[in-house]
Design a protein around this ligand. Structure first.
Ligand code: 5GP
Ligand code: MN
Length: 314
């Protein structure tokens, strides 16, 4: 697999690197690290992300060639990173297959293997982990620009090394990133201690809507457009809210419903063996056993009812 990808990179020059909408630390860390890896190989990469980089990730060494406008061009290859399906890239995703040789690199077990090459490992902690092994195979020297991005991908996707996916590779690679100059206290400071106060006003509203079912095994809350307005907050301020309510004693699954046009984007997190990717798949979404998402059409009551039905709670 690594050899096949190396051949494509050796042969080509212009590469597109993309990842999912609402990019998280792994999407950004993966895309940016790959940009710097290809740049150091004297290639010409471009990173396309539909959405802007959330402010907490603005400290990451960002590509010189980064765009939020869909590139209607041809490339020698297109790397789709951290996307369980192509749809997650956002509008225009159907065109990607005609724009270049599609390479899919991901760690979602629900991955739909839409690439001509599919490097999928559900046991990897994050996509940045898989890319680390690719860069080793390509003999790319580990720069600080790459290391900061890779470390941030691992740190954020493992919930600061707290989730079940915090495997030995995650720690091993993180150690290597520290050797390359990453300062963990600095990264934590930038990613976690850098919030606008509006986030906490919104958190207050979100927590007051908390509902618990089945002896607190399932907890659910929501954020509406009105709540965003009242708090003066934006959708990136909700990052981490669902993990927060998962800290309640006895919780097996935590859900956050965020209003989007026509319905609600649902973020689900679980502890232990409960598989929320199955629940999300019922609604056309997906993800991992302990972290998954989907979008459901309808008003708040309708969406809540459909979820309660799927989760078999009243
Ligand atoms: P989040 O709740 O943070 O948006 O997403 C949690 C996990 O579920 C992530 O790994 C993400 O890639 C996946 N996920 C979120 N929303 C969707 C979706 O609509 N479809 C699919 N296939 N996966 C999703
Ligand atoms: Mn990921």
């Amino acid at each position: 697999m690594l050899t096949k990808i190396k051949e494509v990179i050796d042969r080509g020059d212009r590469f597109l690197i993309t990842s999912h909408i609402d990019p998280d630390g792994d999407a950004i860390g993966s895309a940016f690290s790959m940009y710097w890896a290809l740049d150091s190989l004297k290639k010409h990469p471009l990173v396309y992300l539909r959405d802007k980089v959330p402010s907490r990730y603005e400290f990451l060494p960002r590509p010189t060639h980064l765009t939020n406008a869909f590139p209607h061009e041809s490339f020698d290859a297109i790397f789709v990173l951290d996307c369980g399906n192509l749809f997650r890239v956002g509008e225009g995703y159907e065109q990607l297959k005609d724009m270049g040789y599609l390479i899919n690199i991901d760690h979602h077990k629900t991955n739909e293997t839409f690439g001509l090459i599919n490097m999928i490992d559900p046991d990897a902690s994050c996509t940045a982990e898989l890319l680390y092994f690719l860069y080793e195979h390509l003999h790319v020297p580990m720069s600080l620009d790459m290391a900061l991005n890779i470390y941030t991908g691992i740190l954020t996707d493992t919930g600061s090394f707290r989730f079940g996916n915090a495997n030995s590779s995650a720690f091993f690679i993180s150690g290597k990133m520290l050797q390359a100059g990453v300062k963990p206290a600095y990264v934590s400071q930038m990613v976690y201690n850098n919030h606008p106060k509006e986030r906490f006003k919104l958190l207050g509203l979100v927590l007051s809507g908390l509902e618990a079912f089945d002896n607190d095994k399932i907890v659910m809350t929501h954020v509406t457009n009105d709540m965003f307005e009242e708090a003066g907050a934006s959708k990136e301020d909700t990052d981490g809210f669902v993990e927060y309510i998962k800290e309640i004693r006895g919780v097996e699954a935590a859900l956050l419903l965020r209003q989007v046009p026509g319905g609600y984007k649902v973020s689900m997190r679980s502890r232990g063996t409960m598989d929320v990717s199955h629940i999300c798949a019922l609604f056309g979404g997906g993800g991992h056993r302990n972290a998954a998402g989907c979008t459901i059409e309808g008003n708040l009551g309708q969406v809540e009812n459909r979820l309660k039905e799927a989760l078999k709670v009243q």
